[in-house]
Design a protein around this ligand. Structure first.
Ligand code: COA
Length: 258
């Protein structure tokens, strides 16, 4: 497979997808999202592959979010399309795959990065990982399912505190919250995920697929539309222009609440 922003490698009955833009902390631009869709789709259709692990390149980041430089000048309509397209191609797509997907969080998992990890079937983190949904610091809301999946995983109160403060949490708290299932040393992260993968691969792929569908069916889909509308509406605010300009100019934002 010919990819520019990711690596997709098969090893026996497992596959590892690595998001490979380390100089941008593996931020998800449009092309990366399209490539991830293609890689997940091809691996899911491959009968040999029983477990997919997704991780980030380099020692610093899983994914530091959606690529802010790509959407700083978007309109309300473009913002809504960005969220809807991303959810369809990647976040909902991964959650609904019937091949198990494990997120190996090897550093920062912020914004769209944490949203991608949360769309995976479960998460393992390295001891240096830091997680958060910092969108409100940019005058935005999470747009890739974060307002839905974070409360599902950690509970409403903890999710709202994380979303409203925009602060990162470390692995100990993420583990306590149930956001990650295991914490391991960074150099052991992939081998640990593969050990879990081996246990999964011993079981019936058909039964596992059915279980994934049954678990997903227990969660309401109605909130995602509301998130897409709210994310799009944020693009029409002065706070969004201030928040994204401040990030790109490497200064603190001065929000007016407008
Ligand atoms: N979108 C676009 N570029 C990003 C990015 C993102 N989400 N996150 C990091 N980058 C880029 C930086 O702009 C920088 O590029 P440059 O070297 O060309 O200037 C490079 O990645 C390295 O990041 P830098 O900020 O210098 O690293 P740091 O160690 O000082 O800080 C973070 C790390 C994660 C705290 C910081 O990069 C950050 O806050 N990123 C944005 C997180 C975010 O708000 N995500 C949600 C988006 S909706």
């Amino acid at each position: 497979m010919d990819f520019v922003n990711i690596l997709s490698e098969k090893e026996g009955n497992m596959a590892v997808i690595t998001i490979n833009r380390p100089n941008k902390l593996n931020a998800l631009n449009r092309e990366t999202i399209t490539e991830l869709h293609r890689a997940f789709d091809e691996l899911d259709k491959d009968k040999e592959v029983q477990v997919i692990i997704v991780t980030g390149s380099g020692p610093k980041a899983f994914v530091a979010g959606a690529d802010i430089s790509e959407f700083a000048d978007f309109s309300i309509k473009e913002g809504s399309i960005l969220a809807a397209r991303g959810q369809e191609l990647l976040f909902d797509f991964v959650e609904q795959l019937t091949t198990p997907v494990i997120a190996a969080i090897n550093g920062f998992a912020l914004g769209g990065g944490l949203e991608l990890a949360m769309a995976c079937h479960f998460r393992v983190a390295s001891d240096n990982a830091r997680m958060g949904l910092p969108e409100v610091t940019l005058g935005l809301i999470p747009g890739y399912g974060g307002t839905q999946r974070l409360p599902q995983l950690v509970g409403k109160g903890r999710a709202l505190e994380m979303i409203m403060t925009g602060e990162m949490i470390g692995v100990e708290k993420a583990h306590l919250y149930g956001l990650v299932n295991h914490i391991v040393a960074q150099e052991e992260l992939l081998s640990y995920c593969k050990q879990i993968g081996e246990k999964i691969a011993k079981n019936s792929p058909k039964a596992i697929a059915t279980a994934i569908n049954a678990v997903n069916a227990g969660f309401s889909r109605s909130g995602y539309r509301s998130e897409i509308e709210g994310f799009g509406a944020s693009f029409g605010t002065a706070d969004f222009k201030e928040g994204t300009s401040a990030f790109l100019e490497k200064r603190k934002p001065n929000f007016k609440g407008e």
